[in-house]
Design a protein around this ligand. Structure first.
Ligand code: GTP
Length: 242
């Protein structure tokens, strides 16, 4: 693809499973899924290649199941399967918009989707397909945030885009503390030492060590993802400060 007009050639979008809940208590809100697919289609139309990692928290969350007494590894396996369900739903929503998408799973399930093979993933992206990376890293004890950092680094993304329900990183939870301030820019180390709620520490350290900037933004604001892909300075940018 040579239509790229903005600063990014390739981005990795991390969505939480909860982002798909919308008005539902459990599962997937079809309207929300359609809107996200539509925004991804607009990003592609800018000539930006896009990979996606989705969490599974709208269906099962391994850590939560473990707290309730379940074996942690079993809980994480259930969480990984939940990410496959969400990934298939997004693939379907994209295909209904005429966008080519490929789910690539870290766990083998050939009847359902492709295996994750890095070189194939890059080929899909170069052909203008959306690569949706499912089943986390394929290992228990790793979050889908870490899977997103790993896949972003592997595919050579220019930016890791972390979708949340607030428009960036704040000094405190803005839902609870009206005095909370939003950061425009943050250094990786400040995120790690300040225990700022961006992504889990493993994910942030991987991004820091591999020079991959993270932008945290509010996915619930219509058009935000497209603006960001165009290079607009929205949300919070986490990067190395010299
Ligand atoms: P190119 O080789 O770049 O043309 O990619 P492609 O994905 O279009 O070609 P391929 O012939 O590899 O795949 C054709 C279709 O089969 C695509 O929809 C793939 O997602 C799908 N596919 C490929 N491998 C698997 C697999 O192991 N399991 C499942 N379920 N589908 C697969």
């Amino acid at each position: 693809m040579d239509r790229q007009t903005g600063p990014y050639q390739r981005i990795l979008l991390k969505l939480s499973g909860e982002a798909l809940l919308g008005a539902e208590d459990y599962g997937i809100d079809p309207g929300v899924l359609r809107r996200i697919a539509d925004e991804i289609a607009q990003v592609l139309a800018l000539g930006v290649q896009i990979g996606v990692v989705i969490g599974g928290g709208n269906i099962f969350r391994g850590a939560g199941l473990a707290q309730a007494g379940m074996d942690r590894v079993t809980g994480d396996h259930m969480g990984m399967l939940a990410t496959v369900i969400n990934s298939l739903a997004l693939q379907d929503a994209l295909e209904r918009l005429g966008i080519h998408a490929r789910v690539m799973s870290a766990l083998q399930m050939h009847e359902i989707c492709e295996d994750y093979i890095r070189r194939r993933a890059v080929r899909h992206l170069e052909k203008g397909r959306v690569a949706i990376f499912a089943a986390g890293t394929g290992n228990p004890f790793f979050t889908t945030d870490t899977a997103a950092a790993l896949r972003a680094i592997e595919i050579g993304a220019d930016l890791l885009v972390k979708a949340t329900k607030v428009d960036g990183v704040y000094t405190a939870d803005p839902m609870k503390d009206p005095a909370a301030r939003r950061f425009d820019r943050l250094d990786f180390d400040r995120v790690i030492t300040g225990k700022l709620d961006v992504m889990d520490t493993t994910a942030v350290v991987m991004c820091r060590d591999n020079g991959l900037p993270i932008r945290v933004f509010d996915l619930t604001r219509a058009g935000a993802l497209v603006k960001l892909a165009r290079g607009d300075d929205i949300g919070t940018l986490v990067q190395a400060v010299a």
